[in-house]
Design a protein. Structure first.
Length: 157
């Protein structure tokens, strides 16, 4: 079995060829991409959020069979840019455990909506953060949207 992760084809080791195995374990144990975190195992917390064909997906409940032939992006493959700059500027991370999932969910939101409203952000950002940095997350997403808009308009950010 083969997966396309972060733009590269990966042949999976024999122990990672069970079609029902959650994508999370293939990424972490099979491909050693440990930026995607295990949180709850039931798709409630979002620590395991990755992109599948550009859409945010919870890897802990996504069976390997459902991602065959699709492009998977993990936090390791997320292009550095305005989102990460805004995350740092607004000091979003506290403990940091949920941050890879938060960034992946925010990136998916901004890829589909360059001017998200508060309600758009609330609807897209269902990830849980025990440190409670939700106001910072919202501010960082709005800042990143503004930075991306300025960059596409050719303005220096």
């Amino acid at each position: 079995m083969e997966l396309k992760v972060n733009g590269q084809a990966h042949a999976l080791p024999a122990h990672a060829n069970d079609a029902a195995m959650p994508l999370l374990w293939v990424l972490r144990d099979g491909l050693n991409l440990t930026g995607t975190k295990y949180g709850c195992g039931v798709a409630a917390c979002g620590a395991c959020t990755v992109h599948v064909d550009g859409q945010a997906a919870r890897a802990c409940v996504t069976p390997l069979a459902s991602v065959q032939g699709k492009a998977i992006t993990t936090i390791e493959g997320l292009a550095a840019g305005a989102l990460q700059q805004a995350w740092i500027a607004h000091q979003v991370p506290q403990c940091g455990y949920c941050q890879s999932g938060m960034l992946m969910a925010a990136a998916a939101l901004l890829a589909n909506n360059r001017r998200p409203s508060d309600s758009d952000i609330e609807a897209a950002m269902t990830n849980l953060c025990r440190c409670g940095t939700y106001p910072r997350v919202r501010a960082a997403i709005k800042d990143a949207a503004a930075r991306m808009s300025a960059q596409s308009a050719g303005k220096r950010v």
